[in-house]
Write a protein that binds this ligand. Sequence first.
Ligand code: ZN
Length: 452
Amino acid sequence: MTHSAPASIAARRVFRGGTFVPATVHIVDGLVAAITDIDPDADILLPDDAVLLPGLVDSHVHLDEPGRTEWEGFATGTAAAAAGGVTTLLDMPLNSVPVTTTPEALAAKRAAAQGKLAVDVGYWGGAVPENLGRLRELSDAGVVGFKCFLSPSGIDEFGHLDPDQLLAALTELATFDGLLIVHAEDPAHLHADGALGVHYRDFLASRPPVSERDAIRRVIDAARRTGARAHIVHVSDGEALDDVRAAKAEGVRLTIETCPHYLTLDAETVPDGAAAFKCCPPIRDRANQDLLWQGVVDGTVDAIVSDHSPATPELKGEPDFGLAWGGISGLQTGLAAVHTEARARGIRLEQILPLMTTGPARIGGLGVRGTITVGEPAHLAVFRPDATWTVDAAALEYRNPLSPWHGATLTGVVEQTYLAGAAVYRRGEGILARSGRELIAAGDEAPREERA
Ligand code: ZN
């Protein structure tokens, strides 16, 4: 019996229904066929220090292929996902070339993905000034929703929406219940482009919290007026959460995400000239981080996702925070980083797992992904929550060896990841298969798997 495709996996702690229970997961043809009491004679009986998780879902990843494969790419990016326990990811419409703003660009991206996927991948489309009025055709081509910026994206061919265009996009999306996910920084409060020097505090001051707050308020107002669904990506400003709470209480169709870097890194300890820590909006101070954690615990935050956005060592090696590329590599370390910080704050693994599984799955319209459910693909991860490891950026699966957690000791080790019942990653061995599928949305239905 080979254990790369076991027929049953048993554990004393299987994450189901928001809690850990003893169980055996039976697998037939890649699907969960049954879930029964713990069976010591299962093909695999996990040791007591390991838990069996549903494969994580990361709805915010930049794989940058085609066109900027030297930044990441489908092969290395999905390998990093598998090694981080992520079995489903949604790829952003930038920074690939072309950006995913037309059906033709989506087709080019899908062609580039063929044969490279270690995990399942779906695609966001982009809403830019040039394609407003034609979003439906890109939706029909299979994207799960639309990303837009309210401030310059850093990529010339992916323009941002002004307030009128934001309203127009949401009005259009409301006609087919599409989703707009928004990079919410108000350019009126952002420092002009250019050199800022090597001190992190100067970069932080160039993107003040008010820029996020004003932009988030604008999105809330537009979602309220149009009745459309809106989602704020990578919320960094903890003070903005009160507006989000009020909007949700009022019934505005709004969800938000934050990221491992905002929850585990802080402005006080970013070294001078360390562009690995540069992202927009920026990592803020510890008091702000406490507010974000409050939002995680009280349910205001719907998802914790990586916003994995690498670039080449040349672009990230620039010590001037104004000139370096903004974007953090965090796809492989997300669960361990968040679990480490959560544990230090007395927050249980069961409390953060929904935000890394069902939360992002719901945002992407992915049905019951992120759960272990009979009849669904057996996407699973074996995690040792008490084991520790030290991050070595060069040993991660990323194309470029850069991580703001380099050198950090994290608690929680992903031992093995299963995709449709077959092992795609095993610690010490690396990536074992490229059996990932594409998730292509069809009309009003949840995205379906198509062979990549
Ligand atoms: Zn992003």
